[in-house]
Design a protein around this ligand. Structure first.
Ligand code: UDX
Length: 499
């Protein structure tokens, strides 16, 4: 998209400082006034602030501090307890490799603090990593992104700023949010220059540190104006400390904002596609792993994100797809919105199919039966349980009056919180103890440790007939069957001992 406008060039003032003239951009129905600024404040560009000390802000800033010792990086949050944990040995986020990086940087050039205004005043570059959950009220409830934290942050940046700032959207937000941000930032007296940029995070939980250190790409979007391009360069310079130039992509700000939603929608769409085919495999005696392999070897598709499962979870996929669909509807693109919503629809279907599969296999009654969930996190190597399919499965099994035992190496605290209003659940960190006396095991998370247990010992301790429902297709099904289990994978023929 091209934004017609008047651009006044830079010119030196009497003191030899660069002065930027007014730039007025016509954009849709509004005008954005970018004010006159001086070089004052640009020195603070070696001071980076991140507002929001969550899954995105914490690890990302730790990596920047680690790779860029010449920058001072400060992370702030309204949640003082969270900041206290970042300053302790008990970090609020579990990510393999994160604690080493924090140990190497904290107190040197990485600081976790609570004074947000001071952080804003002292920094030239401000990343915003506050949460943008799905709206739970009013227009767009359940679909649109709730931007209240974003907007409050924008106002706080405007009020506390005394010098030019580059404000970088790090969290996932709907396309065109930068425009609202610019309007808020410049709506006071317009005496301070703000450049709003988009630099979406693409890190996946559990591999965040690897994704940050060796990213597939870093995307930086800005206004295509001299000011915007100059601000973009300041962010490119940070990443150039460790990311090869060819992996740093520059784009217009709207492409950058939209790419984040679209990247997640495409990844989730692959999982829903393979999960939909897993249902067909179960009807036709095709094997989903073989189908996956056969199609994944087509280099145009590639093999990643083709593992059939009980369904995808995590904080991003469902939220971002529903948001994408909501945006489409806002532009009158109902068919496009329907298409993307169906990706989420298949995910719900897959979870329900898994639950009905358990019910059906266990003689259509679960009342009083003991079922052990192996894993509660939405995927391996994280304690995060947001949108985890295990939650839906747990709730539904309880509705069927099953007795549940949940085990997970990292997510039991979150599981307890998520299911606090559900009775009849026991939480047990030791998988052997958890499975003892159970009628069935349902594998919900692909933790490697579940593939390495002594299943003969587990089988001996269980009620008979013993069942395993492998919601992740990670187990050695043939071997489990030999031991005596009735084995139900996803998208493959069950291996049972009944005639
Ligand atoms: C995702 C995106 O990958 C990341 O780029 C973005 O920044 C945030 O959202 P994350 O939510 O951490 O990251 O998890 P991801 O690894 O993408 O997995 C999402 C879900 O899909 C998990 O529940 C996972 O178990 C499931 N999954 C993944 C499958 O069921 N099959 C697959 O083949 C891959």
């Amino acid at each position: 998209m091209f934004f017609p406008g008047i651009l006044c060039g830079r010119q030196p003032d009497v003191a030899g400082r660069l002065i930027f003239g007014f730039s007025i951009f016509h954009e849709g129905s509004g005008y954005v006034r970018i004010p006159k600024i001086t070089m004052e404040g640009f020195l603070e560009r070696k001071n980076i602030l991140c507002i929001g000390a969550g899954y995105v802000g914490g690890p990302t800033m730790a990596m920047i501090a680690y790779k860029c010792p010449q920058y001072k990086v400060t992370v702030v949050d309204i949640n003082h307890e969270k900041i206290a944990r970042w300053n302790s040995d008990d970090l609020p986020v579990y990510e393999p490799g994160l604690d080493e990086i924090i140990r190497a940087t904290r107190g040197k050039n990485l600081f976790f603090e609570t004074d947000i205004d001071k952080g804003i005043r002292e920094s030239g570059i401000i990343f915003v990593g506050v949460n943008t959950p799905t709206k739970t009220f009013g227009a767009g409830a359940g679909k649109a992104a709730d931007l209240q934290y974003w907007e409050k942050t924008a106002r706080q940046i405007r009020e506390a700023s005394e010098s030019p700032k580059i404000v970088v959207e790090k969290c996932t937000i709907p396309v065109k949010t930068a425009l609202a941000m610019e309007r808020i930032l410049t709506s006071k007296d317009g005496s301070i220059r703000f450049d709003v940029l988009s630099n979406p995070e693409f890190l996946a939980e559990g591999t965040a540190i690897r994704d940050l250190e060796f990213p597939d790409r870093v995307l930086i979007g800005s206004r295509e104006t001299p000011n915007g391009i100059e601000a973009r360069k300041a962010i490119v310079d940070i990443y150039l400390n460790w990311v090869p130039r060819e992996k740093i992509i520059e784009s217009n700000i709207w492409s950058s904002e939209l790419s984040k939603l679209v990247a997640n929608a495409f990844l989730a769409q692959r999982i829903s596609s393979i999960n939909a085919i897993s249902a067909l495999c179960e009807k036709t005696e095709a094997d989903i792993a073989e189908v996956s392999r056969a199609i994944g070897l087509d280099s145009r598709l590639g093999s990643k994100f083709l593992n059939a499962s009980v369904g995808f979870g995590g904080s991003c996929f469902k939220k971002d797809i529903l948001n994408l669909a909501y945006i489409c509807r806002g532009y009158g693109l109902d068919d496009v919105a329907d298409y993307w919503e169906s990706v989420v629809g298949i995910n719900e279907y897959q979870k329900e199919r898994f639950i009905l599969g358990i019910l059906n296999a266990m003689f259509n009654t679960l009342a009083g039966k003991r079922i052990c969930l192996f894993g509660f996190a939405f995927k391996a190597d994280t304690g995060d349980t947001r949108e985890t399919p295990a939650y839906t499965v747990a709730r539904r099994l309880c509705e069927e009056k099953a007795e549940l035992i949940i085990t997970d190496p990292k997510a039991l605290d979150n599981a307890r919180i998520d299911l606090q209003d559900t009775d009849g659940i026991t939480y047990e960190p030791d998988p052997y103890k958890a499975a003892r006396g159970c009628d069935a095991i349902a594998v919900m998370t692909e933790w490697k440790l579940y593939t390495e247990l002594d299943y003969e010992r587990i089988y001996d301790s269980m009620s008979k007939p013993a069942f395993i429902f492998d919601g992740r297709n990670i187990m050695d099904h043939r071997r489990l069957h030999e031991i005596g289990f009735n084995v139900y994978p996803i998208g493959k023929r069950p291996l049972v001992h009944f005639t």
